[in-house]
Each structure stands twice: as structure tokens, then as C-alpha cells.
Design a binder for this molecule. Structure first.
Ligand SMILES: [Zn+2]
Length: 256
């Protein structure tokens, strides 16, 4: 139900846009950005005892700020959020929504915490390419076993295509991740740039488009935590994420 309502919202939005844009012919489909506010509902994410702030609220605020900035700066981008309030949304549903709307880019926003509460800085993850390739091969073998069919040329070709797609998406995601990190570096020169990293995050697994997961700072750090939740900080970080999106849009939106 939840998924359906999200999709319907997107479709309704698309119709409204088209109607408003008439009579200019629409020569290309909209570039679709899916923004994923990490956690939500019973999944609180990390938090800070000192400041009583939960990650799920920070990510929602941030995702909304990014959405507002992207809509303001690039009217050609259609933005969808995987959640717009404090509620449970399973990871599989977030991925399915992005795939069903044929999103061009998926950006998941998170805040961090460390065991000794001594870490700080920002980092952006892309899906680990080798482990995803292994998973694609495993899934293909399982599907073949389930169908009880011998290895076929078709199956091999499909597997190769999927691997090519994974590799292309990995390269694009890395480009977006680097742009976000670079913009953050410019905006916050005194903060620690933890770089672009690879990880096996479930929310990036199974996406048909490039996806990144950005950890914008450590909520449990005595200095960074309280600063991170300031409205001005949220806006500045949103600008950096928006910069990454805009760079990707400029490079990959094929305008008619
Ligand atoms: Zn998180």
C-alpha cells in the first residue's frame, strides 16, 4: 500500500507537471532523483545520549532540505522521497520504488556514530563492485537451478549484461560520491574528509541505477554532534549533496 501511494504521488505529480508545461512538447522523460532518508519509525538509527537526537530525524530533515534545493535549482529533475515522515519503510521497498519509477540516481542520507564516540567527519559510500558481481552470478546460478535448465548462452549473455550495468553504475556512483565529498571539503575545510568508500550496504544492493550512501557526520561526537543538527548546517550539507546531484544531472541528462 505504502509503495503504491508513493508511486501514485509520483505519477500524479508527473501529470500535473505535464499539464502545466503544455503546449511545449515533452521530448524527453524527466530525470528522476530518489532521495532516501535513512531509517525511520521503529528504526531509529544511531543517536546521541548527550543531545537526545536520533538519526532518523536528522536524515529526514536533510533529505527534505536536499529535495527543496534540487527542485529550486534544477526544475528538470523530478524528486521523490522514500519517506516524508517518521515511519517504517523496509529497505527492499525503498529499492523497489526507485527501480519502478526508473530513477536515474538514488541518494541515501545517513548520520554516523562510532563505538568510542571519538570519530568525526563525512564519507560517501558506493556499493562494493566485487561483492555485487559475485551476488549477480550467484542469483543467476540459483535461477537456473530453480528452472532446472542447463547453462545457456542466453543466461550467460544476460549475466554479462547485468555485470556491465553494475560496472557502469559503479563508475557513475563513484563520480557522484566524489562530487559530494569535494563540495563538502570546500564548504567545511576544517572537517575531516573520510573519502569515497566501498561498502556492502543493503539499501544500495539491487538498484538498477547508480546509488550512493552519504554519512554526513558523527552524531555522537561531542563537537560534531550538536553542530550537525543546526538548521544552517543541514542546509549547507544539503547544498553539497545537491552539488553532486547537479553534476551528475549535467553529465547524464539527455535533454531533447
Ligand atoms: Zn544510518
Amino acid at each position: 500500500m505504502r509503495r503504491r501511494s508513493l508511486l501514485l504521488t509520483g505519477i500524479a505529480w508527473g501529470i500535473a507537471r505535464t499539464a502545466l508545461a503544455a503546449p511545449v512538447p515533452v521530448l524527453h522523460r524527466d530525470f528522476v532523483l530518489v532521495l532516501d532518508a535513512g531509517h525511520g519509525g521503529s528504526n531509529h538509527g544511531c543517536s546521541s545520549d548527550h543531545f537526545k537526537v536520533e538519526e532518523k530525524h536528522v536524515t529526514l530533515q536533510l533529505a527534505k532540505a536536499v529535495a527543496a534545493q534540487v527542485r529550486r535549482k534544477v526544475p528538470g529533475i523530478r524528486v521523490m522521497l522514500t519517506r516524508t515522515r517518521d515511519e517504517d519503510v523496509p529497505l527492499s521497498e525503498r529499492i523497489a520504488v526507485a527501480n519502478e519509477v526508473r530513477a536515474d540516481l538514488f541518494v541515501s542520507v545517513h548520520a554516523n556514530a562510532s563505538p568510542k564516540r571519538d570519530q568525526s567527519g563525512y564519507e560517501t559510500f558506493v556499493l562494493d563492485l566485487e561483492s555485487s558481481k559475485r551476488e549477480v552470478a550467484r542469483t543467476a546460478r540459483r535461477a537456473q537451478r530453480d528452472r532446472n535448465t542447463p547453462l545457456s548462452t542466453d543466461g550467460d549473455a544476460e549475466l554479462m549484461l547485468r555485470e556491465l550495468q553494475l560496472r557502469a553504475n559503479f563508475k557513475k556512483a563513484t563520480r557522484v560520491a566524489s562530487a559530494i565529498q569535494q563540495s563538502m571539503r570546500r564548504a567545511f575545510p576544517s572537517r575531516q574528509d573520510r573519502g569515497v568508500r566501498q561498502g556492502a550496504f543493503d539499501v544500495l544492493r539491487g538498484l538498477d541505477m547508480p546509488g550512493v550512501l552519504t554519512e554526513v557526520g558523527f552524531l555522537d561526537h561531542a563537537g560534531e554532534g550538536p553542530w550537525l543538527v543546526e538548521p544552517e548546517t543541514i542546509e549547507s550539507i544539503a547544498t553539497s549533496i545537491c552539488d553532486g546531484v547537479m553534476l551528475f544531472y549535467k553529465e547524464h541528462a539527455h535533454l531533447g
